[in-house]
Design a protein around this ligand. Structure first.
Ligand code: ATP
Ligand code: MG
Length: 341
C-alpha cells in the first residue's frame, strides 16, 4: 500500500494535482483513492462527483478510481463506535459534551484526517492520495494528531481519567487532598454540574481517545516510512522557490519523505507567430515576459533542489479550469511524462 500526500499553500492546485495523480494510478491498473480533507469540496467539481456520498467510485474513468470526502462527523462517530467500551457507544454519542465537540468542528478537521486515512487503509486501496486543506498552518494536518497522541499519553491526563472513575465508585472523600482542591476550584469556575458532566464524558471517551492516539501514532509512523509514503509539494512559479524551501525544511524537521515538487500553472507554451504592434502585440510581450520569469523560476528551483527531491515536475497552465476528466487527463499526461530531474 502507498500513500501520497499533496501539500501546498492556498489555491496552487493541490486538489487538481491530487485528482490527476490518483487518475494516473487508476489508469495504470491500480485501485486508487483520492481523499480530500478540504471542506470546500473542490474535488467534487474536479472529478464530477455526486453530492451526498462520502466514498464513491468516480464515474466516466477507465480505471478503478475512487474518491472520498473527509466527513468529520461520520469519521468521529465511526471512531466512537469502533473504540468505546461495549454498551457505552450510545452514552457517548448522546452525551451533551460530545454533541458540543462534534458540532464545533473547527480544529477537528486535522484530527480526523489521519483517522480517516487509517480507516481507509483497511479497505483494499493500493494507493491513497491525500489532498490536504489549506489550513491555518499548513503542517497542522500532520502535527495536531501527533500532538494529541502525545497529550493523551501524558501521565496527568491518564490520572484525571482514572481518578474520576475512582471518585465515582468510592465517593469524593476517597480522593487525595490536592485532587480535591483541583475539583473544588474547577467547580467554583464552571459550576458543579458542568464539571461532573465533563469528567463523566471524559471517563467514557477516554478509551476512544486512547485508541485514536494509538492509530494516529501508527499512521504517523507510516507517513514517515519512505517505502509507503511520498509527499508532493505543489506550488506555482511565482512562489516556487519560497514554497519549496519552506515545505522541504518543515517536512525534513518531521522526517517526512518528499519525492516530488510540482510547479503548476507554468506559462511555457511558445506563442507561435507574434502579432506586430497594437494591443495584441503588447499582450504578446507581456505573455513572453511572464513566460520568461516562469522559466527562470523553474531553473532556480531545479538547480537548488533537484538533488534533494526525487523529481521536479512542471505542469502547464491549462486553457480552462481543471474540472472534469478531460482537463485531469491533460494534467495526468504531464505528471507522468514530465522530465524526471
Ligand atoms: N494547471 C492549471 N491550469 C489551469 N487552471 C488550474 C490549473 N491548476 C489549477 N487550476 C485552477 O486553479 C484553481 C485552484 O485549483 P485547486 O482547487 O486544485 O487548488 P488548491 O490548491 O486545491 O486550492 P485550495 O487551497 O483552495 O484547496 C481551480 O479553479 C483550478 O481549476
Ligand atoms: Mg484544494
Amino acid at each position: 500500500m502507498k500513500i501520497i500526500v499533496c501539500l501546498g499553500t492556498g489555491g496552487v492546485g493541490k486538489t487538481s494535482v491530487s485528482a490527476a495523480t490518483a487518475l494516473s494510478l487508476a489508469r495504470a491498473g491500480e485501485k486508487a483513492l483520492v481523499l480530500t480533507t478540504d471542506p470546500s469540496l473542490r474535488l467534487k467539481t474536479a472529478l464530477g462527483l455526486q453530492s451526498g456520498m462520502t466514498e464513491q467510485k468516480v464515474p466516466g474513468v477507465d480505471g478503478d478510481l475512487w474518491a472520498a470526502l473527509l466527513d468529520v462527523h461520520t469519521t468521529l462517530n465511526d471512531a466512537v463506535r469502533m473504540n468505546a467500551k461495549r454498551g457505552e457507544e450510545e452514552k457517548i454519542l448522546q452525551h451533551p459534551i460530545y454533541k458540543t465537540i462534534a458540532s464545533s468542528l473547527s480544529g477537528m478537521n486535522e484530527l480526523m484526517a489521519l483517522e480517516r486515512i487509517s480507516q481507509l487503509m483497511s479497505r483494499g486501496y493500493q494507493t491513497i492520495v491525500v489532498d490536504t486543506a489549506p489550513s491555518r498552518h499548513v503542517m497542522e494536518v500532520l502535527d495536531k494528531p501527533l500532538m494529541f497522541a502525545d497529550l493523551s499519553a501524558s501521565k496527568k491526563v491518564k490520572l484525571v481519567s482514572r481518578t474520576y472513575k475512582f471518585v465515582e465508585a468510592m465517593g469524593l472523600m476517597s480522593v487525595g487532598r490536592s485532587a480535591l482542591e483541583v475539583y473544588a476550584r474547577a467547580e467554583e469556575i464552571l459550576g458543579g454540574s458542568l464539571v461532573k458532566q465533563i469528567l463523566d464524558f471524559y471517563s467514557l471517551f477516554y478509551p476512544v481517545a486512547e485508541a485514536y492516539a494509538e492509530r494516529a501514532r501508527k499512521t504517523g509512523a507510516l507517513l514517515r516510512d519512505p517505502s509507503v509514503t511520498e509527499f508532493r509539494v505543489v506550488t506555482t512559479p511565482q512562489k516556487a522557490m519560497r514554497d519549496t524551501e519552506f515545505f522541504l525544511s518543515e517536512l525534513a524537521k518531521r522526517k517526512f519523505p518528499v519525492n516530488m515538487v510540482c510547479i503548476n500553472r507554468c506559462w511555457l507554451r511558445p506563442l507561435g507567430e507574434k502579432p506586430a504592434g497594437g494591443l495584441a502585440g503588447e499582450v504578446a510581450d507581456w505573455y513572453e515576459s511572464v513566460s520568461a520569469s516562469h522559466r527562470a523560476a523553474i531553473e532556480v528551483v531545479k538547480n537548488e533542489f533537484a538533488e534533494s527531491v526525487g523529481r521536479i515536475c512542471v505542469l502547464d497552465e491549462l486553457p480552462r479550469d481543471v474540472d472534469g476528466a478531460e482537463a485531469l487527463r491533460s494534467l495526468e499526461t504531464q505528471l507522468t511524462s514530465s522530465d524526471p530531474t
